[in-house]
Write a protein that binds this ligand. Structure first.
Ligand code: ACO
Length: 721
């Protein structure tokens, strides 16, 4: 059962539809044979580099160079075409000019090749013609059940197979980091950098144009790869939001996924016409998707790899309490600041630890966190401090800072840190050797012992913060199953939308939106439309008093500003007068705007003003908003966002808790608490509404009044496509 008590409803909801199965990539990464179409004996050509790379990587399977002009390439028998190979080919790497790739792909299809890596450039990145070529290539692959990486990529590597099916200059050492990159240039740069930094990789994938296999396929593959411990991605976009969320969620339940996503433009926000859309911005859907899927987002390449090192070499901390040991005060303070900045906690040592430190260290030493072992500290003093701190159960991770004084023994201290890490392997340990030449030997020893050693403590703290964020994600909870929400009438909404579209409108009138709310069980203030003062009076008598009257025109965003709203109407005379007054006001301010009439709404008692809204992201679908509502919503920007796809009960609670609105809802300054359950109910039902109807592009319910008991939607704006 969901937090609001849902029961199964028979009608199918789009969210429940089965998502497409992702590709099985076993034979892609572990092929028994590889063909290189466009293999070349000419030094300096990509087709030559690929053959050499496959051989020099130590690949144990069969290698078939393909080139109609040669008999042998790199001492291997060469074939004129894949069709001439009389054995199974699991993987073909294509390195012929783009125009020739279709024929090669077709031949691969005919000869039963299961996987392709298309290195060739000249596809969608070059324009319309290239895009058509790429579509054709993807079609051939699909028809022949071929999984294709690329086109326009550097290739792929698996260090454990081993196989280097790429034209990169380096083949990295074996490791446990899978690196997936949409940029080939970024990938080759990182590989070269990793050679000097001793970073090992399990898999390296250059995604290229992602015409067939995408980041989601490889994230999922790496998630199930037993030798991969951490997944790193550089992406510019995701190919399919739904697949990405599914793959990322599954992957993060197994191991950390860290993504650097470039392109964070605000262009989308400017184009939005609703409050929710304007508040969201185009990058927000990505950050929200990453957060909801448990992905750690890095903002720089350096951070991406610092986190990779941390996750690859250290255990996940069981909490956020950090101990700092330093031989200098200043760096200790800087580190403390960063711990606070990242919302980590400075560990509070227990009494025994403090006493132990006091008796072991000189009187001038600081025995509280950060422990200052003083500038003249030798390795022994670090040992004493580490022994006490690491046994303290209020410490989840430790950072050791070393500044080079004339008496600092960097290597001796490194030995002590390594010993301490061996004794307490379950607690992550980091070092910051704050210097250069004098500390290089010790820093090197630490890195060899897989204890991340950085030049400055900020990097260590950022890494711990990333690891803690990953540790915390595990309690995300079960997604709310939209199809289980009771009391939903899709037909009523369908009919309303059909009428709105037939009328040539994109925005629903308030009275129509109120009926949509009603159909989805969202409590809202009764609203009707009147087209004349007489009709308004008639409706008012049926509805009862007091009433609010509002101009009905989807073109008017801020009705109060044009004199389009009258509140506290208590009798039919006032109804008639208000009808005329509102009409005149609006005509005066906006003479060219067509009005559909005047809406009468039951005047509701004031509650806490909230906004519940939705803006639809092209990749990830409905992005739900919750926060403080009313006319200052854009000014206050007290809004939290979550994707409707896979929204969980705890996430809804977290969404509310993130905003200042939650303080009001819990009862501010002696006020009684509001009915948070009723607010949650509106959120969940709104999420189902926008999931059921993809034609809803934006929705603002502003305000929603939250009461001591219950909640009610007041002003509802629904925009359809
Ligand atoms: N079957 C077998 N062999 C063929 C076929 C075929 N259908 N067609 C051509 N060949 C042979 C050629 O005869 C040639 O052989 P040779 O070297 O013995 O003369 C070889 O295959 C290569 O063909 P070329 O026409 O010489 O093409 P070239 O090697 O110059 O270029 C390449 C091919 C590398 C695919 C090029 O078209 C290309 O796309 N380059 C850019 C690659 C790229 O940048 N990819 C993106 C990476 S991301 C990043 O940039 C970091």
């Amino acid at each position: 059962m969901s937090p609001i008590g849902m029961v199964l409803e028979s009608e199918e909801c789009p969210q429940l539809k089965k998502v497409k199965r992702l590709a099985d990539l076993t034979s892609f990464f572990k092929p028994t044979s590889v063909a290189i179409v466009g293999a070349s004996s000419k030094e300096g050509k990509i087709g030559n580099a690929i053959v050499k790379n496959i051989i020099s990587s130590g690949y144990k399977g069969k290698i078939f160079p393909i080139n109609p002009k040669d008999k042998t390439i790199e001492s291997l028998e060469c074939y004129p075409s894949v069709l001439d190979i009389k054995e199974n080919v699991d993987l073909a790497v294509i390195s012929v000019p783009a125009a020739g790739t279709l024929k090669v792909a077709e031949e691969c299809g005919r000869s039963g090749v299961k996987n392709l890596v298309v290195i060739s450039a000249g596809f969608k990145e070059t324009g319309h013609q290239g895009l058509n070529l790429e579509k054709e290539l993807a079609r051939i692959c699909k028809e022949n059940n071929i999984s294709m990486l690329g086109p326009n990529c550097v290739g792929m590597m698996d260090t454990h197979v081993p196989l280097n099916a790429s034209f990169a200059a380096n083949f990295p050492p074996k490791g446990d980091i899978a690196f997936i990159s949409q940029s080939g240039a970024m990938l080759v740069a990182i590989l070269d950098w990793s050679m000097v930094n001793g970073l090992g990789f399990s898999k390296v994938i250059s995604l290229g144009n992602k015409a067939n296999l995408t980041e989601s396929d490889f994230i999922l593959e790496a998630a199930h790869d037993p030798v991969t411990r951490v997944i790193l991605c550089y992406i510019e976009d995701v190919a399919d939001g739904e697949h990405f969320l599914r793959a990322a969620r599954e992957a993060t339940s197994r191991k950390p996924v860290i993504i650097l996503k470039s392109g964070v433009s605000q262009a989308g926000a400017q184009a939005a016409s609703s409050h929710t859309g304007a508040l969201a911005g185009s990058d927000l859907a990505y950050s929200t998707a990453f957060a909801q899927a448990g992905v750690i987002r890095s903002t720089t390449m350096a951070e991406l790899f610092d986190l990779a090192v941390a996750f690859s070499r250290q255990p996940i901390p069981s909490g956020s309490r950090v101990a700092v040991i330093t031989n200098a005060g200043g760096p200790g303070i800087v580190t403390t600041d960063r711990i606070e900045h990242h919302k980590l906690t400075m560990a509070r040592f227990n009494k025994n630890t403090v006493e132990g430190l006091r008796t072991s260290l000189p009187a001038e030493a600081n025995v509280y966190n950060p422990v200052d072992v003083l500038g003249d500290a030798g390795a022994d003093r670090y040992r004493l401090a580490l022994e006490k701190v690491m046994t303290d159960e209020s410490v989840d991770s430790a950072v050791v800072l070393v500044c080079p004084t004339a008496v600092t023994n960097a290597e001796g201290i490194a030995r002590v840190i390594i010993e301490a890490h061996r004794s307490y392997p379950e607690k992550p340990m980091f070092a910051a050797y704050m210097g250069g030449e004098m500390l290089a030997g010790g820093a090197h020893m630490l890195n060899v012992a897989r204890i991340p050693c950085f030049t400055f403590p900020e990097t260590a703290i950022a890494a711990i913060a990333g690891m803690s964020a990953y540790a915390n994600r595990k309690s995300a909870g079960k997604p709310v199953v939209m199809g289980e929400i009771q009391g939903v009438d899709r037909h009523v909404v369908k009919e309303i939308f059909q009428r709105v579209k037939a009328d040539g409108r994109l925005v629903l009138l308030g009275s129509e939106a109120a009926r949509v709310m009603e159909a989805y069980g969202i409590p809202s203030a009764p609203t009707v439309l009147a087209t004349s003062p007489e009709e308004a009076m008639e409706q008012a008598e049926i509805m009862g008093f007091p009433l609010v009257m509002k101009v009905a025109s989807p073109k008017i965003l801020h009705k109060t500003d044009v004199g389009g709203v009258k509140i506290g109407i208590n009798n039919v005379e006032e109804v008639s007068n208000s009808f005329l007054e509102i009409s005149e006001n609006v005509h005066k301010y906006l003479p060219r705007v067509v009005i559909h009439g005047i809406e009468l709404q039951k005047m509701m008692p004031r509650g806490i003003e909230l906004i519940i809204g939705m803006t639809r992201d092209v990749q990830f679908g409905p992005l739900m908003a919750f926060g403080l509502g009313g006319i200052y919503v854009n000014l206050l920007k007290d809004v939290a966002f979550r994707l409707a796809a896979g929204l969980t009960g705890p996430e809804i609670e977290a969404m509310i808790a993130e905003t200042k609105a939650s303080t009001l809802l819990r009862g501010y300054r002696g006020e009684e608490p509001a009915d948070i359950k009723a607010v949650t109910n509106i959120m969940v039902r709104s999420a189902r509404l926008v999931t059921d109807f993809p034609e809803i592009t934006e929705m603002d319910i502003n305000p929603v009044f939250a009461y001591k008991q219950g909640a009610s939607a007041l002003d509802v704006k629904i925009t359809v496509s």
